[in-house]
Design a protein around this ligand. Structure first.
Ligand SMILES: [Zn+2]
Length: 118
């Protein structure tokens, strides 16, 4: 399952960051998941829940930013919004589009607890 491997790589990044900062508790994790990234959110959240079990991330709150899709239209000569992959240009109805935004998938922020006693 695609989302499970994404979830596992997120947990790995978070665990590594926590370790590097000598923290054993992650308060929150912020993700950027572009609307054209092809990631199914429900499935990703379920996978994260499973993948983070018994890790420093287990109780972390997860925030998700979802940047909208955009594409460069050759006809219009500008960037236009794109709801989903394969859509026509909303301005000219053409299909000469190159996606230039909304495909990102990454961890943008990791908030660690500074309580090192636990
Ligand atoms: Zn166009």
């Amino acid at each position: 399952m695609h989302e499970m491997s994404l979830a596992q790589s997120i947990v790995e990044i978070v665990e590594r960051t926590a370790k590097e900062n000598h923290s054993n508790k992650v308060v929150s994790v912020r993700l950027i998941v572009g609307k054209l990234s092809g990631v199914e959110m429900h499935s990703l959240m379920q996978s994260l829940k499973i993948a983070s079990q018994s890790t420093v991330m287990e109780k972390a709150e997860i925030f998700v930013d979802r940047p909208p899709g955009t594409a460069w239209c050759m006809n219009c000569g500008k960037t236009v919004p794109m709801e989903r992959l394969g859509d026509a240009c909303p301005e000219c109805g053409g299909y000469q589009l190159r996606v230039n935004g909304g495909k990102e998938f990454r961890v943008s922020e990791i908030e660690l607890s500074d309580d090192e006693e636990n």
